[in-house]
Write a protein that binds this ligand. Structure first.
Ligand SMILES: NC(=O)c1ccc[n+]([C@@H]2O[C@H](COP(=O)([O-])OP(=O)(O)OC[C@H]3O[C@@H](n4cnc5c(N)ncnc54)[C@H](OP(=O)(O)O)[C@@H]3O)[C@@H](O)[C@H]2O)c1
Length: 296
């Protein structure tokens, strides 16, 4: 595919997978619009992209806000006249035992890791229809399929993204708007160090480039879903178990980090105390020590 002059929006472009992909698209001549919150990193990225494609730019803001997410699309079309490829890649981790998860945590995860891709996609579809072509690629996670311990909000948000993408695939049939889901396993980026609670995952992590390569592959071959790395024994067996022995997979994930008895005891005590005060809501303090973690 000839990417020269194609307008590509990449969210979460200030670091990790998004940054790697932004530079790779620019090197192929695409006009990249990088999106994230950290403006200085976006400025630096735009400078690097401009060495290959002079019109590269960026938009800094919080994709958890619907107004900004929609503005990303409208502003891109205002600047460049079109939007060819929308890559919804921004995301943030959360490693929290469910006893400690608040409705606000869940809301944040859903807004950034799911609703942002809904807002940008709904805003992009009319432009892509008018152009007669477009690509929407959502970057999910293996966590959506295997539910690692202490990642329930992240898993739920990414699983919602998976369902949204599958629905788009059906509904956009005949429109010439192609929709793909890229599902990374553990990738070596700063996401692993971003949550207060450390991850216990100690297996191999793969370079962001393999995800970038998958982004090009799903566009060029019009693939609906691509897990990366494609031939990891860990991910392939997780996939097989999910379909043929889901309860074994669930038990395996629980075995990865068993819930310590004192975590349940503390949560119970906290629940009793809050009930005693006449409320069912969460009281202050943490119920879990949180010793481990799961996939990013
Ligand atoms: N690394 C992995 O092992 C792995 C595995 C599976 C899936 N993924 C997914 O891959 C995607 C990229 O992650 P990564 O590994 O490259 O991690 P990363 O380096 O931490 O990148 C995350 C990006 O999302 C942006 N972002 C976060 N919250 C945002 C917000 N509210 N508004 C706008 N931008 C926001 C961050 O930029 P700012 O902080 O500047 O806003 C950053 O550019 C994520 O969706 C992640 O869930 C990663």
């Amino acid at each position: 595919m000839d990417y020269r002059g194609k307008v590509v929006v990449i969210t979460g472009a200030s670091s990790g997978i998004g940054r790697d992909a932004a530079v790779a698209f620019a090197k192929r001549g695409a006009i990249v619009v990088g999106v994230a919150r950290r403006e200085s990193l976006l400025q630096e990225l735009a400078g690097e992209c401009r060495r290959h494609a002079p019109d590269a730019s960026y938009l800094a803001g919080d994709l958890g806000e619907r107004g900004f997410a929609e503005r990303v699309v409208h502003e891109t079309v205002a600047r460049h006249g079109r939007l060819d490829v929308l890559i919804n890649n921004a995301g943030l981790p959360m490693h929290k035992q469910i006893y400690d998860v608040t409705p606000e945590d869940m809301d944040l995860q859903m807004r950034v890791n799911f609703m942002a891709c809904v807002w940008t996609t709904l805003a992009a579809i009319p432009y892509m229809l008018r152009q007669g072509e477009g690509y929407v690629i959502n970057v999910s996670s293996m966590a959506a399929k295997v539910a690692p311990p202490r990642e329930t909000p992240y898993t739920a948000a990414k699983a919602a993204m998976d369902g949204f993408t599958a629905g788009l695939w059906s509904d956009l049939a005949g429109s010439n708007i192609h929709v793909s889901l890229v599902v990374p396993g553990p990738i070596d980026t700063e996401i692993w160090g971003k949550d207060d609670s450390p991850s216990a995952y100690s297996g191999p992590k793969y370079p962001p480039k393999i995800v970038t390569d998958a982004l090009f592959e799903v566009i060029e071959k019009k693939v609906h879903e691509r897990v990366v790395p494609r031939f990891s024994a860990q991910l392939v067996s997780a996939h097989l178990l999910r379909f043929f022995a889901p309860s074994v997979l669930l038990r395996g994930m629980a075995w990865m980090e068993p819930v310590a008895p004192d975590v349940v005891a503390k949560a119970r005590a906290r629940a009793a105390a809050s009930t005693g005060r006449g409320g069912g809501g969460a009281a202050g303090g943490s119920a879990s020590g949180g010793t481990g973690g799961g996939a990013g």
